[in-house]
Design a protein around this ligand. Sequence first.
Ligand code: HDE
Length: 761
Amino acid sequence: MADNSTKGVSSMLANAAGQAADSVRGALGHIGQTEKIKQLAHSAHIDNTAAVLTTSFGTQLSTTDDSLKAGPRGPSLIEDFAFRDQMAHFDRERIPERVVHARGSAAHGYFEAYEDLSSLTRAAPFAHKGKQTPLFTRFSTVAGFKGSADTVRDVRGFSVKMYTEEGNWDMVGNNIPVFFIQDSILFPQVIHAVKPEPENEIPQAQSAHPSFWDFVSNTPESTHMLMWIMSDRTLPRSLRMMNGFGVHTFRLINAEGVSKLVKFHWRPKQGTHSLIWDEALKTNGRDPDAHRRDLYVNIANGNYPEWELGLQVFTEEEAAKWPFDVLDSTKLIPEELCPVRYVGKMVLNRNPDEFFAETEQSAFHPGVVIPGIGFTNDPLLQGRLFSYSDTQFYRLGTNYQQLPINQPVCPVRHHQRGGAMQTRIVKGPNYVHNTTNKGCPFLSGKGYVHHPEIVEGAKTATRSASFGDHYSQAKLFYDSMTETEKLHIQAAFVFELSKVADPVIQQRVVDQLNNVDQPLASAIAARLGTNPPAAPTFKPVFQGVATSANLSIINSQAYDSIAGRDVAILLMPGYDSSVHELRGALKAAGATVSIVSATPAPVPDAAGASTLKPDYTFFASSSTQFDAFFIPGGRKNVDALLSDATALVQIAEGFKHLKAICAVNEGIEIITRIGLQVPIAQAAGAGAAATSAVEAFGVVTAVGVGAGGSVVGTAVGMAAGATTSLKAATEGKAGWVAKFLTAIAKHKAWDREPMAMKVVC
Ligand code: HDE
């Protein structure tokens, strides 16, 4: 059940977001003014300011609160057209949710090309360096219904619709580069298996139930994907902090018709970061909208997330030499075999104005392409090319491409007519080869040309032998993990399989994993109580590389920014001036600073020189909404914090969830009083000098600090001149401030995990 405190959190955040959005829009009115936004403003936006209330057919109303009745005490009359107009429309407000990826959040933005790629592709967004193309991006979970929680263990969808001058181009990807199955004909089966059990519709948004494990343990091609979904990739810290992958091999085709093969990648400039399992579970209850809120609030605050678009470009000849088939979507191409070239960036800088009209009605389809982009024969992709428009016709209707969010920004002219909810009135002939309109609309000669690939072979419903290795890349993935990540994968398998009562299914998974890594399979068997696996029978095929660094989240981190991280400063009356010093540094680095105290009343500092207005109270917030914690000194402040259990729980839980914590001066007592066993800075004793700032296991402590701060303004939004580079943000700062900012940038103190697991809360 959701904690009551989230109501306070939601409304405060919504207010903060609203105010920030207003101030940002005021100051940066041009932001987000792409061709698409202008089109929406012109064709779809309704401004109700100073407007008169009417029925849907324009008749003005005289009352909103009383239906037409025979006498004041009724009965109501069916003659009441205003009542019928409103009620009948309300009765039809819902449309079918997406059969998969029902839960999603989206934003507007643009793509900007780093270079001219016209030698590689004639696709419009890459025509010249600096070119900007408007886009709309929707992130989603897969299994859950529309109202399910955000931080469940699941694959995330990553759909980008680019509105180019040559038509729309949809890149409909996931945050994992491989998939469960090799042929789309199995898609309804894997989805039935992962959706809730058919008899009772339990559980919501989980793969931790029998039917899923029954299916995948009977479908060995899913093994590689299982390794990914049991890894930290399926617990993103934020939608802003996850990768995107096109999964299939596509084609890039240039103006001369020369084609190369390509895999698409999106890399978040915010870094790739994950939650830990306990944190994800608690977040689900406390704020089921955590990811949606995080995206919305950051964009509203002007902290625009960015991703770089990467291409792995290769030829058929290169592909033929690799020990896997590039048409098999259960395989990736290790970056060591084919480096990723980053060719542009996506910036999301504008929230939708209405969720239903934009996010819910947006329709993505991998078959929506522009000249310069082509397909391959990947049998998973081929099936998708049918499924997406088919489901949109059912979910949204025949004319769904006319919905404002789906409309291209270029002219749309064709001979499609009629269908439910037709909005276009087209004069003239409705067929090609017409003379009455001089053959218009006509073929420009610059239209889409399919890559003329030569195909031959017998028509058979079979699987290519080149798709036969289901374990070598699963092993490559597992071998590329750090020890920390391997333990997370093991724990995830144990948790999920513990929800599967049937020992036969459990055993089958253990035996399946034995082909990936025998110690992993043995450890899982021991924790489940199944038979230990026999010696592996499968001999892995070398994938061109023994490990691949970027498969591991931990190994692929740049740790170079804290922009957009939410840092809680826990304080009570009488805090010292370290607060002011830190707050300035955090804001300059682009972090959000949240003041948290016992009540919403302004909190005075020890000098009585200034007060800070809390953004949250301890009761109505929770550790899971913050990235890091600061405990200032000040005798009265620390005594009051020590007597407030709701504050102490936040710190203990922040420690358990491996978040950066900083305590200075008297604030250090809190670290020791709640029993966190880490080395700490010591005050000067008899004859001994004070130690300088100490950082250990992501906990920073320092004594005798904080005199250098000055009071800074509002904590909402990025400070003017904010930098996203950690190096610049820490330069010239006091040692403890620099150490804390660096610990925040790491996102998790992984070396703390063995210790943190023992914290009881
Ligand atoms: Fe999808 N998928 N999918 N999928 N998919 C849908 O289309 C389907 C697959 C993905 O934000 C549906 O409009 C088949 C891979 C995303 O609105 C549906 C197969 C990848 C979204 C559908 C796959 C994806 C969808 C449901 C097996 C990553 C959300 C509603 C061949 C590359 C798009 C809808 C959004 C949605 C079919 C496999 C990504 C039913 C048949 C692989 C991000 O058409």
